[in-house]
Design a protein around this ligand. Structure first.
Ligand SMILES: [Fe+2]
Ligand SMILES: [Fe+2]
Length: 274
């Protein structure tokens, strides 16, 4: 199967780049399944139901989130009827929505997607390792699921790497989100799981994490909040990771970064059509 995962959409520039360009990418590359992290797509904070629908209509099969999932208050309500929107799995019992789900891909295959949040330098959550293990045990790769994609939303690269190795051989892809900066450590781990510490953001990289840079620079210097954070509005770079999996085992055969447009050096997988 041909999978694509895109990192956090930040603001209007990030989401419109993906909404405008994803349909052609899906068509040209004959992608079977696409996951997009949407936690910053509404002015940098959360996601509205209208934006969710636009991203799904553009070709995303699932939209994941993270610590910003509830920034738009309506999300607590509409997430119950939107099973293609995931929030972190390791929120307390009774939290609205779901953190993992099994979906049918365009080619008829079964794809499990889970969204889990780290605990290092982030608000305390339930143990992400124990929670994800239960979900993966219930949906074995190569038996129930043809592919399994894990969005590990976390600050610390150590915790993300640990999750990669913890799940190695049991899932197709462990990819980090949340730092908004793409890493260059994409690889297939010894057990066959594709891994990348962070997918980067889909947003304007002339910024601080996708936000207009003046206010973040001011806060670091003065420690006094001045203005609100607003998303930077220059041309976005679409940033993520592409994976090809073995149809029989569900494990990764190839993994490569994807960067399109904006300020970062462009790169497309060698196994994509040019
Ligand atoms: Fe984010
Ligand atoms: Fe985040």
């Amino acid at each position: 199967m041909k999978l694509l995962f895109l990192g956090d959409l930040v603001g209007r520039t990030g989401r419109t780049a993906v909404i405008d360009q994803l349909p052609a990418i899906v068509e040209t590359q004959q992608l079977d399944f696409v996951v997009v992290n949407g936690e910053n797509s509404a002015s940098g904070f959360g996601i509205t139901e209208a934006i969710l629908q636009d991203v799904l209509d553009a070709g995303a099969d699932v939209v994941t989130t993270g610590n910003h999932v509830w920034d738009q208050r309506d999300t607590l309500v509409y997430i119950e009827r939107q099973d293609r929107l995931l929030r972190p799995l390791n929120y307390p019992a009774g939290t609205p929505g779901r953190g993992a789900h099994l979906y049918t891909a365009r080619n008829g295959a079964q794809v499990m997607v889970a969204n889990v949040m780290g605990r290092v330098y982030m608000d305390a959550m339930d143990d992400p390792f124990a929670r994800i293990e239960r979900v993966v045990d219930d949906c074995p790769l190569g038996q129930v699921a043809d592919a399994i994609i894990i969005d590990m939303h976390a600050e610390a690269t150590s915790e993300k790497q640990a999750m990669g190795h913890f799940l190695d051989g049991r899932v197709s892809l462990v990819v980090g989100t949340h730092t908004h900066v793409p890493t260059a450590d994409h690889q297939i781990l010894p057990g066959g799981t594709a891994y990348m510490s962070d997918a980067g953001m889909c947003g304007d990289y002339d910024s601080v994490l996708g936000m207009e840079k003046d206010e973040p620079v001011n806060r670091f210097q003065r420690k006094i909040p001045g203005n609100r954070f607003t998303p930077a509005s220059g041309e976005a770079t679409i940033s993520g990771v592409a994976v090809e999996t073995d149809d029989r085992t569900g494990l990764a055969l190839r993994v490569a970064p994807v960067r399109i447009g904006g300020r970062l050096e462009p790169v497309l997988p060698s196994f994509w059509q040019s």
